[in-house]
Ligand binder design. Sequence first.
Ligand code: ADP
Ligand code: MG
Length: 318
Amino acid sequence: MNEFSLIKQFFQPFPLHHSSTVFGIGDDAACVEIPSGKQLVVSTDTLVSGVHFLPEWKPYDIAYRSVAVAVSDIAAMGAEASSLTLALTLPDLCPQWLTLFTQGLKDALHVYQIDLIGGDTTRGPLSITLTVMGMVAAGQAVRRNGAQAEDVIFISGQLGGAALAIDDLKKNQLQEPDRVAVMEHLLRPKARLDLAHLLGKYASSAIDISDGLSADLNHICTASKVGATLIQQSIPIHPLVHQYLADKAIDLALCGGDDYELCFTVPAKQLSLFQDELNKAHLLCYPIGIIDETMGLRMKTEKDEYKILTPKGYSHFS
Ligand code: ADP
Ligand code: MG
């Protein structure tokens, strides 16, 4: 098999879900329709074997997780995901591996209703680059630079589950059902596209938590030239993190990444409308603090003391 027959066998038969795809794989480039009044939102993620996933993980999981991670950036912009391209570098051509990989890819694309519209296939150390496209009402993309003093900081779900799974890959101390539960967070993060529409309507800024709450919230604060105060008791932490790593729980929530929940800010005067719509949509988000004028991150602890937070999270070159 060469790369052309590989593409034909593994990537040509992908079903198309999205109305914006005019045509996908098979030409020199794909063609995408942008409805009038909409803008294109584009994001690229590279996942390197041994860095973002382990080569011994199931190929199905590697593919599924890669899609979720990539789509999460589109959700954080308040946009609807529509299509993606896949640049795949493979050490060798293993049909069994590719069959399972494309199954994971297909299932994730089905969950998010997006189309694989192109890509590139090369030989080298295993790595996966996904470029995801999405649409947003013109001018409505939610950026990192819109947070203002008095805005309420929200998080879209519990933190620390994925970090506990990574910790357990080294220590191997979780009981089986608990390991399965936290590995689910790591391998099947949920890109929060379900919130994208409400973010577009109400959020003044947003980011997805890939590196850790403190590091990612700090990106919002820096871009918006503001600071933030978090309330320790309000930060939702996965119950298994409390159970297994009680004394490190808050650190895992602040500095462990990979949960792909969204952190966003809502102006105080929009709060009740936002909460009403969340309730109607049966969605739960947690208010965890307030944006303030003073730069930097702080946390009000359970003892009502204020602690300075140093933004810490994953960084490739430090
Ligand atoms: P070219 O040489 O013109 O770049 P290729 O032979 O690399 O074209 O690719 C042929 C078609 O297959 C293109 O439509 C391309 O987007 C698609 N393609 C190649 N590799 C992948 C992949 N890993 N996933 C999805 N589509 C792919
Ligand atoms: Mg070409």
